[in-house]
Design a protein around this ligand. Structure first.
Ligand code: IPM
Ligand code: MG
Length: 343
């Protein structure tokens, strides 16, 4: 049966970076069928909601979902009654049960000088942020009056255990569990569940606990000390943007969001960059690397995933630099460079 991929271009630079990624995907999976849906702000404009039931159903029925980016000033509002593009993203993650968000961070030697950090600090960094994606403060009850507001952070032991399991399974040398157990009750449960699972099933893997503020510091002072970082939704959101800068630009970081068995969602960590949308200058590499993660985790095509990643590495080695990396290459030139490197 043909492979069915749902594509969600979203907003801003989304359509510009997704189109060449789909071309790349077709080179690796010639029989792929692509079903495109409007999403985020574009869906608000077309249907009044960031994620329609139809789109969610199509995503759940696909073999994988490739998403570019959502959001933009047009839909920015502090009015809780108005739809927001990000609701589409959160609804999709929740609706597809994508609790495990994998954000690999592997700075390339060719880009060491594009990072704000010194070469000797980033040299050898190869870490994975495993972010819990369907719980915590993102999805807890929200209240709002004229003068007060609250967001509830809640976690169940079951939610913690399944993300901890993803982290232990992905670990090569160590798992660092990041929490705020000196202050938060959810973090104390988190720590207890991680320790219990570790003792029961993964005691051969070194486990450490680091408080989130300290983890933020170590990420920039000693990033090579990390292998797998597992953490709750909000901490993972913040730490993964920080970790992205180790690679020189947030335009380089892909992510895979996986659930229990169903299709995964593959998207860059960066946003829709409305300030440069429509100019053809966006860096498409995180989108290409997310396509590689679709090949690997979504379609079980490991060698194809590796070839695409190697082509990106090679293009950068040969001097490809988009503007965010201090160069002048356009999206089209970046795509050509990766295609040329694929041979
Ligand atoms: C991310 C983004 C989203 C998040 C936003 C757009 C809702 O920052 O994927 O990291 O906070 O999860
Ligand atoms: Mg984020």
């Amino acid at each position: 049966m043909a492979t069915r991929i749902v594509t969600l271009p979203g907003d801003g630079i989304g359509p510009e970076i997704l189109a060449p990624a789909v071309d790349l995907l077709k080179r690796f999976v010639p029989d792929v069928t692509i079903e495109e849906h409007v999403f985020g702000g574009a869906s608000i404009d077309a249907h009044g909601t960031a994620l329609t039931d139809d789109t969610l159903a199509a995503c759940r029925a696909a073999d994988g979902v490739l998403l570019a980016a959502v959001g933009g000033p047009k839909w920015d509002t502090t009015d809780a009654s108005k739809p927001r593009p990000e609701q589409g993203l959160l609804g999709l993650r929740k609706g597809m049960g994508l609790y495990a968000n994998l954000r690999p961070v592997r700075p390339l030697p060719a880009l060491y000088d594009a990072s704000p950090l010194r070469r000797e600090i980033i040299d050898g960094t190869d870490l994975l942020v495993v972010r819990e994606l369907t719980g915590g403060i993102y999805f807890g009850e929200k209240t709002r009056t004229e003068t007060t507001a609250s967001d509830l952070c809640a976690y169940s032991a079951e939610e913690i255990e399944r993300i901890a399991r993803s982290a232990f399974e992905a670990a090569r040398t160590k798992v660092t569990s990041v929490d705020k157990a000196n202050v938060l009750e959810t973090s104390r449960l988190w720590r207890q569940v991680v320790v219990d699972l570790h003792q029961r099933e993964f005691s051969h893997i070194p486990l450490e606990h680091v408080l989130v503020d300290n983890a933020a510091m170590q990420l920039v002072s000693n990033p090579t000390s990390f292998d797998v970082i597992v953490t709750e939704n909000l901490f993972g959101d913040i730490l993964s943007d920080e970790a992205a800068m180790l690679t020189g630009s947030i335009g380089m970081l892909p992510s895979a969001s996986l659930g229990a068995g169903g299709p995964g969602l593959f998207e860059p960590v960066h946003g829709s960059a409305p300030d440069i949308a429509g100019q053809g200058i966006a860096n498409p590499l995180a989108m290409f690397l997310s396509t590689a993660l679709l090949l690997r985790h979504g379609l079980n095509l490991e060698s194809e995933a590796t070839s695409l990643e190697s082509a990106v590495d090679k293009a950068l080695d040969q001097g490809l630099r988009t503007r965010d990396l201090g160069g002048t290459a356009s999206t089209a030139e970046a795509t050509e460079a990766v295609l040329a490197a694929l041979g």
